[in-house]
Design a binder for this molecule. Structure first.
Ligand SMILES: Cc1cc2nc3c(=O)[nH]c(=O)nc-3n(C[C@H](O)[C@H](O)[C@H](O)COP(=O)(O)OP(=O)(O)OC[C@H]3O[C@@H](n4cnc5c(N)ncnc54)[C@H](O)[C@@H]3O)c2cc1C
Length: 492
């Protein structure tokens, strides 16, 4: 690994660096990877639409250095080899690339920030539309911004925080606004202002027939893309968001227990669920169990002294170290959570959304023991809830899980490709504890290729309506992938 850091520091960065850190790509596809880069030219007779001289895009083929640079994603576990990577410069370029793909019968994948846990933003032998050049943030007025999907969260924060404005987005600096928003998106500010998608007021999209649509004319598309939009109906090219007043300061408090066993983690977990049941909306908490260490993070941006005191009083008897933070400027504080910025080997996925501790109490000790026995494995629970469950947000978005105030995630990190199988097997053993115990509600932005009924796990009762929208805007399944929304062929 180029940037060498100690394993402990790495796992700390990984877990707390992305409050909702962060993936089984189709195994057959993984195995099918090309062994050599090819310098193959596209046969002229297959190009019924010529995009080679378009000013709206740049085409990269196997064999080019830049193809290799753009091919990978954040997850080194997943390696895919598209036939072409097309860097689009604008909406028109995306429409041209899609029309080219349709004419040449190439499957289309789209990549914004490239942080998908399962590598759904690439494909083998198809066309990948890369949006890294479409990364601008433009102010439309004092509180409204237009963002292109390839903008990363670090660039977003660098642009809006100096104007004392915020969007309730995620914590990892390298995540793309595109993928994050279309799957929901949550972060430190979500309990007060809703999911990232709840701040989305308008979008432009190129559908599976190469047609450009604006959500003003298609309210259903806006609804669908708020939680169900990851490469299902088209490629989102621009998004307009409302912003909120940013707090000047942000405080992080930490509670740490060392040399823990499963019983102790479970005891503290029960206390944590009690403490977080009535958390003020300006606070966020994460419960992070990493081997023999347990970390609890409590963040606050409205000086909730009583809550901090309650955490301290309740946890003093159970943890070994308490670090009560002091308010720090917001921009500098958020940078502490940007996490690792270079590709790593990992398998992460949603391990269920919960209503309360009772959902997991009967079996969670088995999970905690497995985490202790598997170095590199982390089990984390994050607080959602608060205003995420507001009716106005529920009615206007496809994100279905608002009544679940806790989001858990299982994470595993390793150093070498040869270790992948071992860690994936351990990961699946833990995931099966959850599924055998009927934990079936999952976050689309934390996908796992092994989820059985992923349709309802991700989209709940909204799945059928999403299928109809899929049928309307991508009837030929140009954007199809392993867990892509299926078309509703027979609409009654
Ligand atoms: C380190 C790390 C930290 C994270 N932290 C958080 C967090 O704090 N909060 C949170 O909610 N989530 C978090 N996530 C999960 C994250 O929200 C998802 O991985 C998200 O989908 C990534 O978006 P992306 O644009 O970077 O990824 P990509 O891999 O580019 O895209 C993800 C998915 O969206 C589709 N997509 C991308 N752009 C478009 C587009 N323009 N139009 C249509 N479809 C598109 C892709 O095809 C793919 O299916 C984290 C993930 C990682 C790896």
């Amino acid at each position: 690994m180029k940037n060498k850091i100690s394993r402990n520091k790495f796992l700390k960065l990984a877990a707390l660096g992305s409050i909702g850190l962060y993936v089984n790509a189709c195994r057959t596809e993984n195995k099918k990877k090309a062994t050599e880069a090819s310098t193959e030219k596209i046969p002229a007779d297959t190009i019924s639409i010529d995009i080679s001289s378009s000013q709206n895009l740049i085409i990269h083929k196997k064999g080019e250095t830049i193809y290799e640079t753009l091919r990978g994603g954040f997850n080194k576990r997943i390696q895919k080899y598209p036939k072409l990577i097309v860097q689009c410069k604008n909406t028109q370029g995306i429409a041209e690339a899609i029309n080219y793909a349709i004419a040449n019968k190439l499957a289309v994948a789209v990549k914004s920030g490239g942080h998908c846990f399962e590598g759904f933003s690439s494909n083998n032998d198809g066309l990948v539309i890369n949006l890294s050049l479409m990364n601008t943030v433009e102010w439309l007025d004092n509180s409204t911004i237009k963002i292109q999907p390839g903008c990363t969260l670090s660039k977003l924060y660098d642009t809006i925080l100096p104007k004392r404005r915020i969007i309730p987005a995620g914590s990892c600096g390298g995540v793309g606004v595109g993928g994050l928003t279309l799957g929901g998106g949550y972060g430190f500010f979500s309990r007060k202002y809703g999911l990232t998608c709840d701040s989305l007021v308008e979008l432009t999209i190129v559908d599976g027939k190469g047609n450009i649509h604006h959500s003003k004319d298609n309210p259903d598309l806006l609804w669908a893309c708020k939680g169900g939009g990851n490469s299902n109906f088209g490629i989102v090219t621009e998004m307009i968001f409302k912003t909120y007043d940013a707090p000047a300061h942000f405080t992080s408090h930490r509670f740490k227990a060392l040399n823990v066993d499963a019983d102790r983690v479970q005891t503290i977990m029960e206390k944590w669920f009690q403490l977080t049941a009535n958390l003020p909306v300006s606070c966020f908490s994460a419960f992070v169990h990493n081997g023999r260490t347990l970390n609890i993070l409590l963040t606050d941006y409205e000086n909730n002294v009583k809550t901090v005191q309650q955490f301290k009083e309740t946890l003093t008897a159970f943890v070994d170290k308490i670090t009560i933070g002091t308010p720090k400027p917001l921009a500098a504080s958020l940078k502490n959570y940007y996490g690792i910025q270079y590709p790593i080997y990992f398998k992460n996925a949603s391990a269920g959304l919960y209503e309360n501790y009772a959902n997991i109490q009967p079996f969670i000790k088995d999970v905690l023991q497995k985490v202790i026995d598997t170095p590199g494995m982390i089990y984390q629970i994050n607080t959602l809830g608060g205003n995420i469950n507001q009716l106005s947000f529920k009615d206007t978005s496809a994100y279905p899980h608002r009544a679940y105030p806790y989001l858990s995630e299982l994470q595993t990190y390793w150093d070498k490709e040869s270790q992948s199988k071992k860690y994936e097997t351990a990961f699946e053993e833990v995931q099966s504890i959850f599924s055998n115990n009927h934990i079936q509600t999952q976050y689309r932005n934390y996908p796992d290729i092994n989820f059985k009924d992923w349709q309802h796990a991700y989209y709940g009762e909204n799945y059928s309506r999403l299928q109809q929208i899929k049928q309307q805007f991508d009837p030929n399944n140009v954007f199809g992938y392993e867990q892509g929304i299926e078309r509703k062929i027979n609409i009654s």
